[in-house]
Design a binder for this molecule. Structure first.
Ligand SMILES: NC(=O)c1ccc[n+]([C@@H]2O[C@H](COP(=O)([O-])OP(=O)(O)OC[C@H]3O[C@@H](n4cnc5c(N)ncnc54)[C@H](O)[C@@H]3O)[C@@H](O)[C@H]2O)c1
Length: 333
C-alpha cells in the first residue's frame, strides 16, 4: 500500500522496482531491426537483457548498432538497469539461430500478412516451444499471423507506440488460438521491464490507441474541410488544451475530475445529453486530394521557418521529462 509520507520514487527506481517485480526472460530475440525493431533492441538492452537481433537486409547490423548508439543517451537519462550494456547485443545472420535460445521474441518485419505468416511459421519451428512470439504489427490480425504455426498458442500481438524506447504503452492481443497463459506471461514481461501493457480483449482494426487517434483525426479533418478552424487552430486547441490533461491521465478519469465532488455521475447527468448531441453532429470526411492538400498547406503555414528535426528534438526531450515527472509523482500508476 502507498504510504502517505513516502518520498516520491524517482523514475529509475520505479523502473527498477518493476524489474525486480520479476520476469524469467533473460534473452530476447528481435526479428527485423528497422525503425521499430532497433528501438526495441535499445530498450531491451537498457533493461539489462541479452538481445539476439536478426535482419536480412544488407548493412542491417551497422544500421542497428548506429541506431542503438543514438537511443542510448536517452535511455541513460531514464536510468539503465544493473548490467545493462550495448555489448549484450549479438547480431545473427540466421533467423533460426537468433530465436533458438530466446526466452521472448519481438517481431518487427514488414507489415504484410503473407510475409508474417511465413516468418512466424519459421520462428515457431526454431524457438523453444514455451517462448512467446510477439508481433509489433500495427494493423494485422494476430489470428492470421499465427495461422501457419504448430504452436499458435504462444503467438501474441505486442503492439508498441513509436518510438518503443520512449513510449510506455504496449497493446497486447491474443488471436483465435492464443492461450490465456501466453497473454498473462506477455503482460507480466512488459510490465516487468517498465512498459504499460494493456490487454485488448478482442481483435479490432487499429487496436485501441490508434482507433482513439483516428476518431480525433476524423473530426479534425472535418473541421478543416468545413472551414470551421485552421490546421494551426486545431493543433492549438489540443496541444494547449485537453492534450495537456490527456498526457497526465486518460479521458475517463479527466471526466471524473471535471465533476468535482459529484464525479463522473454528476458530469454525465448534466453533460451526457449534450455530448450525445455532439456525437450526432460529428463529421465523416473523405480523404479527398483537395482535403489532403488543404491540410498539408495548413501544416506548412503552421511550421513556418522552423525545422522538423528541431521540433522532433523538442518533442522528444519534453516527452522524456514528462514521463519521468509522471513516474516521480509515484501517484499516476
Ligand atoms: N513505424 C511505426 O510507427 C510502427 C509503430 C508500431 C508498430 N509498427 C510495426 O512494426 C513493424 C515494423 O515496422 P517498421 O516501421 O520498423 O518497418 P521498417 O521497414 O523500418 O523495418 C522492417 C524491417 O524488417 C526487415 N526484414 C525484412 N525481411 C525480414 C526477415 N525475413 N526477417 C527479419 N527481418 C526482415 C527489413 O530489412 C527492415 O529492416 C510492422 O509490423 C509495423 O506495423 C510500426
Amino acid at each position: 500500500m502507498d504510504h502517505p509520507c513516502r518520498e516520491p520514487l524517482r523514475a529509475v527506481e520505479v523502473v527498477m522496482s518493476r524489474i525486480a517485480s520479476t520476469t524469467d526472460v533473460k534473452r530476447v530475440a528481435v526479428v527485423g531491426t528497422g525503425v521499430i525493431g532497433a528501438s526495441w533492441v535499445a530498450y531491451f538492452l537498457a533493461h539489462g537483457l541479452d538481445v539476439n537481433a536478426t535482419d536480412p537486409s544488407p548493412g542491417a547490423e551497422d544500421r542497428l548498432r548506429e541506431a542503438v548508439a543514438q537511443h542510448w543517451p536517452t535511455l541513460e537519462r531514464f536510468g539503465l538497469a544493473e548490467g545493462a550494456s550495448v555489448d549484450r547485443l549479438r547480431f545473427h545472420d540466421s533467423l533460426e539461430d537468433a530465436v533458438s535460445v530466446a526466452d521472448f521474441v519481438q517481431e518487427n518485419g514488414p507489415e504484410r500478412m503473407d510475409f508474417k505468416i511465413d516468418l512466424f511459421r519459421r520462428m515457431d519451428a526454431a524457438a523453444p516451444p514455451d517462448t512467446i512470439l510477439a508481433s509489433s504489427s500495427s494493423g494485422l490480425a494476430i489470428s492470421g499471423v499465427q495461422s501457419g504455426c504448430a504452436h499458435p498458442q504462444r503467438v501474441v500481438l505486442g503492439h508498441p507506440f513509436n518510438p518503443p524506447h520512449l513510449i510506455p504503452l504496449v497493446e497486447v492481443i491474443g488471436g483465435e488460438h492464443t492461450s490465456t497463459d501466453a497473454i498473462e506471461r506477455t503482460m507480466a514481461f512488459y510490465a516487468a521491464i517498465g512498459k504499460r501493457p494493456i490487454h485488448v480483449k478482442r481483435e479490432v482494426k487499429g487496436h485501441i490507441a490508434n482507433r482513439l487517434q483516428a476518431a480525433l483525426w476524423r473530426e479534425a479533418f472535418h473541421l478543416v474541410d468545413e472551414g470551421v478552424a485552421s490546421v494551426a487552430d486545431i493543433d492549438t486547441a489540443i496541444a494547449h488544451g485537453p492534450g495537456l490533461r490527456w498526457a497526465v491521465m486518460g479521458p475517463f478519469m479527466n471526466l471524473h475530475l471535471s465533476g468535482g465532488a459529484g464525479g463522473i455521475e454528476h458530469v454525465l447527468a448534466h453533460l451526457g445529453g449534450p455530448i450525445e448531441d455532439w456525437w450526432k453532429d460529428l463529421g465523416a470526411p473523405s480523404m479527398t486530394a483537395e482535403l489532403k492538400q488543404k491540410v498539408a498547406r495548413g501544416v506548412s503555414d503552421e511550421l513556418g521557418a522552423r525545422r522538423v528535426t528541431d521540433l522532433e528534438a523538442v518533442r522528444d526531450n519534453l516527452l522524456l521529462d514528462l514521463i519521468r515527472a509522471k513516474a516521480d509523482t509515484g501517484k499516476l500508476d
